[in-house]
Design a protein around this ligand. Structure first.
Ligand code: MBD
Ligand code: FE
Length: 290
C-alpha cells in the first residue's frame, strides 16, 4: 500500500496554509473547521479516486442546486443529527418531561397573523377535510401557561406551503396563536397532505441516486414558546399516512403522532361553527424552564 498523499508533509503544509494557520489575523475556530472540512474533502477525493471531471460535476451540481440547501439538510439527515445532539445534551443534563423536539425544516416564514385563543388557518380556497386541533401549553410541573405563543404552519392538500407556493394567499395555513387564560389554543384548518421534494430539483436528484424517495408524511409544524421557558420546535404527524415512518427527513417521533378522531357536531362545532365532519386532534405542548 502506497503512502496516502493526504498524510504527506506537502499536503499537510498546504492544509495549514489554506486554512490560515500561519497568519495571526482571522478567526481561529473557523480556521480549524475549514482545515478539517477541506482535509476531509481531500481524503475523500483520494480514497475514492475522484476524477477531475467528477469533482467539477459535483461542484456545478451543488452551485446550480443551492436554492435547495435547506432540503439537502433535511434529506441528508443533518437536521436530524442536530436534534440527536440536542437530545443527548438534554439527557446528559437530566432534562426530561418536555414535548419532544423535531426538525424545523426550511419552510417557516416569520410574521404570520397573531390571534388569541383560536384561529382559522385556511383561507377557504382549498376544499380539504376539515381539521380541528386544540390543546394546552404547560410547564413540566403541569402548570398552564397563559399568553404562550403557538406558531403553526403546514402544507395544503397538495403538500405545498404558502409563500413558497405563489398560488396561495399570503400566510395561508400559517398563524401565531396566543394561549388563553387556561393556557389553551385551538384552530380550525384543512388536513394537510404529505410533502414531496420538487420534481427535477437538486434534492430529488441526489435522493434518486441514493435509491431513496423525497416524501414526508402529512405533518403540522409548531414553535411553542413562553416567557422564562425554552423555545420548542416540533411537529405532529397525521396518523395513518403511508410515509408515517418513512420520512425522507427522519422527523417522525412516536410521541408526536396524536390520536385522530373523526367527529361531527359537538361543542367545538357549535363554538367555532365547524359546519362539516371534522378530524379532531388534541395535543398539548410541555415546555422546559430556561
Ligand atoms: C417540509 O415540509 C419539511 O417539513 C421539511 C423538514 C423538509 C421539506 C419539506
Ligand atoms: Fe413541513
Amino acid at each position: 500500500m502506497t503512502e496516502r498523499l493526504i498524510d504527506t508533509a506537502e499536503v499537510q503544509a498546504l492544509l495549514d496554509k489554506l486554512s490560515g494557520a500561519d497568519t495571526v489575523s482571522g478567526a481561529p475556530r473557523l480556521k480549524a473547521i475549514v482545515r478539517r472540512v477541506v482535509g476531509d474533502l481531500f481524503a475523500t477525493i483520494e480514497e475514492f479516486d475522484i476524477s477531475d471531471d467528477e469533482f467539477w460535476q459535483a461542484l456545478n451540481y451543488a452551485s446550480a442546486g443551492a436554492q435547495e440547501y435547506g432540503l439537502w439538510a433535511a434529506g441528508l439527515g443533518v437536521e436530524r443529527f442536530l436534534d440527536i445532539r440536542a437530545d443527548a445534551r438534554d439527557a446528559a443534563d437530566g432534562v426530561v418531561g418536555a414535548t419532544p423536539r423535531t426538525i424545523e425544516g426550511p419552510l417557516y416564514v416569520a410574521g404570520a397573523p397573531v390571534e388569541h385563543g383560536y384561529a382559522r388557518l385556511d383561507d377557504g380556497e382549498d376544499k380539504g377535510q376539515l381539521l380541528f386541533m386544540h390543546g394546552q401549553v404547560r410547564d413540566v410541573d403541569g402548570k398552564a401557561l397563559p399568553g404562550a405563543k403557538v406558531e403553526v404552519w403546514h402544507a395544503n392538500t397538495l403538500g405545498n406551503y404558502s409563500y413558497f407556493d405563489k398560488t396561495q394567499s399570503d400566510f395561508n395555513l400559517r398563524r401565531t396563536i396566543v394561549t388563553d387564560a387556561e393556557g389553551r389554543y385551538a384552530f380550525r384548518s384543512i388536513m394537510p397532505s404529505g410533502y414531496a421534494c420538487p420534481p427535477g430539483g437538486s434534492t430529488e436528484g441526489i435522493l434518486k441516486q441514493l435509491g431513496r424517495h423525497g416524501n414526508r408524511p402529512a405533518h403540522i409544524h409548531f414553535f411553542a414558546s413562553a416567557d422564562d421557558h425554552r423555545h420548542l420546535t416540533t411537529q405532529i404527524n397525521i396518523d395513518g399516512d403511508p410515509y408515517l415512518r418513512d420520512d425522507f427527513a427522519y422527523a417522525t417521533r412516536e410521541d408526536l403522532i396524536p390520536a385522530l378522531t373523526h367527529r361531527e357536531g359537538g361543542e367545538p362545532a357549535e363554538k367555532y361553527g365547524l359546519d362539516a365532519p371534522y378530524a379532531d386532534i388534541e395535543f398539548d405542548f410541555v415546555l422546559l424552564p430556561t
